[in-house]
Design a protein around this ligand. Structure first.
Ligand SMILES: *Cc1c(COP(=O)(O)O)cnc(C)c1O
Length: 454
């Protein structure tokens, strides 16, 4: 028996296409709706913010979309990313399960986010855009986009949530090292920022509104979003395609695929190529989407149309939601604090193909520490939620005397989140549960929109 640990693909095995699951999604499709008219939006409604090639990807019915050679050239800086067999962890957990993890922390920004940032910068550059603006919470998306803009000769401007700006100076420094500029949101630069001047801490919702306002008002400037949208999930599917080949090298196929969900893009990127494979081969794998119990969109949200941002400026999207003006408690997994999720993922949950699981923050950190001590890598707090869910599967396998193959999406490293690890070690990490009354209050402001049938 081989005791191989790392499954590494040569650069020649880098995927040539992204996998588009949209045409194969089961159930009825529900188009995004215009926020003012309630009618389905068309490509031209988005053209002030996004280049046409990305808009066409957003609505594409093609099962595969070719990855441009210039994007593949940048991907080659860190892709294909490694797949690991977690042999030391299996021993530490004393489980018969075979545990694999696909590690996206090898990218320059330390997470999966550059997979889409690079593609978005490329298409914007091709469309003649000179500047991209975006928002960032903890700073992962802002740093990924700053890197991508630098590589394609675009300016990058990031509106960073005020409290993160103060607490995450190193993410800020990364954005600047790659040539981007950072504003502490709310700013005095936009009407949305000035209107929220009293909210000095800022919020993702306010930062989105600021970035969208700048992009909509300047001819040479577009907006970029780091998760949720179809084209972002699409770009991430290099992850799952590589993982299929790497598991083939190991002579295995997963019984369960586990990932964490903030807006859904890294989960989609890992799972969608496997789901397509299942649909075509008639096989059945379990898929588990792990979300924080303090921001339980898939497990406790309502499935209906809602805005993507707090201010209600974006199109209405069909998704599980906690309400667009829901402000999640200050979780340390900053990348998982979003009130909704990618519509495609929500549909898969609704159709019963993907299961959702809510994970407590302290349980996630306990798993992260155990993982770091066995495998070495210190995981991002977001990815720790997927680890917790996988640990529970490994424990159940031991009790049942079974040896399932578990594939985990390890979306990034936690090197810039060490203050969260310190808080956990000091016993200062609260488990913030959302009460029924908080949930009802958050859901009471949902916009008027047609119900989603089924
Ligand atoms: C942003 C982020 C997430 C959550 O975003 P998704 O779009 O749901 O993938 C998860 N892990 C890491 C490391 C992140 O940076």
């Amino acid at each position: 028996m081989s005791d191989q640990v790392k499954y590494v693909l040569p650069e020649s095995e880098l995927p040539t296409h992204w996998v588009n699951l949209l045409p194969e999604l089961p159930g009825d499709s529900h188009p995004p709706l215009h926020p003012a008219t309630g009618q389905p939006i068309g490509p031209e409604d988005l053209s002030a913010l996004f280049p046409m090639e990305l808009i066409m990807q957003e609505v594409s019915g093609e099962p595969e979309i070719e990855i441009p050679e210039q994007v593949r050239e940048v991907y080659r800086l860190w892709r294909p990313s490694p797949l690991y067999r977690a042999r030391r962890l299996e021993r530490a957990l004393d489980t018969p399960a075979h545990i694999y993890y696909k590690y996206e922390g090898v990218s320059p920004a330390g997470s999966h986010k550059p997979n889409s940032a690079v593609a978005q910068a490329y298409y914007n550059r091709r469309a003649g855009v000179r500047r991209l603006v975006t928002e960032t919470g903890a700073g992962q998306w802002g740093s990924a986009l700053s890197l991508a803009c630098q590589l394609f000769g675009l300016q990058c401007e990031v509106f960073m949530v005020g409290v993160s700006f103060d607490q995450k100076p190193y993410r800020r420094a990364m954005i600047e090292a790659w040539g981007g500029s950072v504003h502490r949101s709310p700013t005095g630069l936009t009407a949305a920022g000035r209107a929220h001047a009293a909210h000095a801490d800022g919020s993702l919702g306010i930062a989105i509104s600021e970035a969208v306002e700048i992009a909509a008002g300047a001819e040479d400037t577009n907006y970029a979003l780091g998760s949720v949208l179809n084209h972002v999930c699409l770009h991430q599917t290099v992850i799952g395609q590589e993982a299929i080949k790497q598991l083939e090298m190991a002579g295995e196929m997963p019984d369960v695929v586990v990932g964490c969900v903030g807006g859904g893009s890294n989960f989609a990127g890992l799972a969608y190529p496997f789901i397509r494979r299942d649909m075509r081969a008639g096989s059945s794998t379990r898929y588990i989407a792990a979300e924080p119990s303090a921001c339980p969109t898939l497990t406790r949200g309502e499935y209906r149309y809602d805005f993507g941002d707090s201010a209600g400026m974006t199109p209405l999207m069909p998704m599980y939601t906690l309400g667009h003006d829901f402000i999640p408690p200050p979780l340390h997994a900053g990348g998982l604090r979003y009130h909704g999720d990618a519509p495609s993922l929500c549909q898969l949950v609704h159709e019963g193909i993907v299961e959702a699981s809510a994970i407590r923050q302290s349980d996630a950190f306990a798993a992260a520490i155990a993982f770091a001590r066995a495998e070495g890598i210190i995981p991002a707090p977001e990815a720790a939620h997927a680890l917790r869910a996988a640990f529970d599967l490994a424990e159940a396998a031991k009790e049942a005397g079974e040896a399932p193959v578990i594939l985990i999406g390890l979306s990034g490293h936690g090197h810039f989140d060490m203050s969260a690890y310190q808080a956990y070690r000091a016993g200062e990490l609260a488990d913030l549960e959302l009460s029924e009354s908080q949930l009802r209050e958050a859901l009471s402001h949902l916009p008027e929109a047609p119900a989603i049938a089924g």
